[in-house]
Design a protein around this ligand. Structure first.
Ligand SMILES: NC(=O)C1=CN([C@@H]2O[C@H](COP(=O)(O)OP(=O)(O)OC[C@H]3O[C@@H](n4cnc5c(N)ncnc54)[C@H](O)[C@@H]3O)[C@@H](O)[C@H]2O)C=CC1
Ligand SMILES: CC(=O)C(=O)O
Length: 353
């Protein structure tokens, strides 16, 4: 059977127009140039579990006019593209393209990198470093060359170190290189607290910062529901709610990914929604605050010479990172954050970039 993804590939002569259905109207002028909307292009590099969860969430949320998919496996890539294209009747009209060649990403507004090795059950994210740095050396330079004005959003793990790697290899300003960071950990944190307090997770304000990984830091001092401090109410409802109990909740958040990976082999849906929410804030210039991986030197006493990327609550818009919220942290939170920074910076320094 002939393989084709469009009628023109099967030999139908459509000449790129709607064949026979619509008669051109001679005296109606085209849309004036000044009224034409600039089209938005998003590229997703790596069409695996995570890349496809992100692509499909972006598609359903109507954020892009064109989505380009890139992967090293041509058959899987074409299969994923066709499968999404076949949902066209239920979705906003979006041009979907795919190729193993990075040229397909040309002119992207936002390039999301999910390519690379993932953890096997029990493995840490930092274990993936050498394999994924080697891959980034191949991916990032052509990506930056084809879309020199793009925002780069890194998702592959270990995400904080790879965001640093992408910053170095792309030559982009730090404001345009962002890691998905602890946006996902913060959602897990809010979910666990919301379940406990029997409220909607969207009404829980709570941040995890630092590394997306084992040394992440829960910011207990600023947690609130409807403006009410959560820590106080937790302490009142549990007679012995102490540091150990708090550390237990933080560890439960860190353990979420390990549990899902041991059960289904990978995580995908939550990161899909997490990254789509970042894409919306960036592309639609929402100025929303997200805990994402950014260049953190100089914040909360992280030394200026540690060019480390880790998550802090950042204001995101069309230009990328617009600012960083000056959170008031306790001494304990600051010291944990600096430890997280040191762990990540030690890894960055081992790389020859
Ligand atoms: N930052 C976060 O919160 C999260 C990060 N991740 C990370 O995302 C990454 C991807 O995870 P999965 O999608 O589950 O893995 P996967 O194995 O399903 O997909 C990875 C894809 O990358 C592709 N790839 C490999 N080399 C490539 C190249 N040179 N060019 C283009 N594509 C290439 C592979 O063919 C594969 O399709 C992993 O590093 C994982 O740890 C996963 C979940 C959450
Ligand atoms: C795999 C991973 O980084 C996560 O789900 O948090």
């Amino acid at each position: 059977m002939k393989k084709a993804s469009s009628l023109s590939e099967l030999g139908f002569d459509t000449d790129g127009a709607s064949p026979g259905f619509f008669r051109p109207v001679a005296d109606v002028p085209g849309t004036p140039t000044s009224h034409r909307r600039r089209l938005t292009k998003v590229s997703v590099i790596g069409a695996g579990n995570v890349g496809m969860a992100i692509a499909q969430t972006i598609l359903t949320r109507d954020m892009a006019d064109e989505i380009a998919l890139v992967d090293a496996l041509p058959d899987k890539l074409r299969g994923e593209m066709l499968d999404l294209q076949h949902a066209a009747a239920f979705l906003p009209r979006v041009r979907l393209v795919s190729d193993t060649d990075m040229a397909v990403t040309r002119g992207s507004d936002l390039a999301i990198v999910t390519a690379g090795a993932r953890q096997i059950p029990g493995e840490t994210r930092l274990n993936l470093l050498q394999r994924n740095v080697a891959l980034f050396r191949k991916i990032v330079p052509p990506l930056a060359e084809h879309s020199p004005e793009a925002l780069l959003l890194i998702v592959s793990n270990p995400v904080d170190v790879l965001t640093y790697v992408a910053w170095k290899l792309s030559g982009f300003p730090a404001s345009r290189v962002i890691g998905s960071g602890t946006n996902l950990d913060s959602s897990r944190f809010r979910f666990l607290l919301a379940e406990h307090l029997q409220v909607n997770a969207q009404d829980v304000q709570a941040y995890m910062v630092g590394e997306h990984g084992d040394s992440s830091v829960a910011i207990w001092s600023s947690m609130s529901v409807a403006g009410m401090p959560v820590l106080k109410s937790l302490r009142e409802s549990h007679q012995s709610f102490d540091e150990e109990a708090l550390e237990g909740i933080r560890r439960a958040v860190v353990g979420c990914a390990y549990e899902v990976i041991s059960l289904k082999g990978y995580t995908s849906w939550a990161i899909g929604y997490s990254v789509a929410s970042l894409a919306a804030s960036l592309l639609r210039d929402q100025h929303r605050i997200h805990p994402v991986s950014i260049l953190a030197s100089g914040f909360h006493g992280i030394p200026d010479d540690q060019q480390v990327f880790l998550s802090l609550p950042a204001r995101l818009g069309r230009a990328g990172v617009l600012g960083v919220a000056e959170m008031e942290l306790t001494e304990e939170e600051v010291s944990r954050l600096r430890r997280s920074a040191k762990t990540l910076w030690d890894k960055c320094q081992l790389l020859d970039l």
